[in-house]
Design a protein around this ligand. Structure first.
Ligand code: ZN
Ligand code: ZN
Length: 124
């Protein structure tokens, strides 16, 4: 792995949350001032293909990169865009039921709670 790819991986692993490619780029530049956005972007997709990080897609919003590659669920704040990890044991059961209904062979399922985080509720 190149030093630049490693730097991108470290940025994602060090973050608490779920960074966009732009946020990863800003943090990676602090370590490698000459790194380009294209290198960061390509590295993120390389690391995702290698299973070292996970990419999360939400409708029209920018994709985020997650240091947790095991299956988990999220809560997304509509106010500030904050994305929080959730561990819902019921989703395994939901996946079996969804597979039965759709007659799909299940691979994965994920749930996203969309709402307002505590800070945004306090502001409202
Ligand atoms: Zn919020
Ligand atoms: Zn996550």
């Amino acid at each position: 792995m190149t030093a630049q790819r490693r730097a991108v991986l470290e940025v994602v692993r060090a973050s608490e949350g779920h960074l966009t490619a732009g946020e990863v780029y800003a943090a990676a530049r602090a370590v490698h001032p000459t790194i380009s956005y294209a290198t960061v972007y390509n590295s993120l997709h390389y690391l995702t293909r290698m299973g070292l990080i996970a990419e999360i897609t939400f409708g029209a919003g920018a994709n985020r990169f997650d240091r947790i590659v095991d299956r988990h669920d999220h809560a997304l704040c509509e106010g500030c865009g904050r994305l929080v990890d959730l561990e819902l044991p019921e989703t395994a059961d939901l996946m079996r039921r969804a597979a039965r209904q759709s007659r799909f062979k299940p691979v994965s399922i994920s749930l996203t709670l969309i709402g307002l985080c505590p800070e945004c509720q306090a502001e409202g």
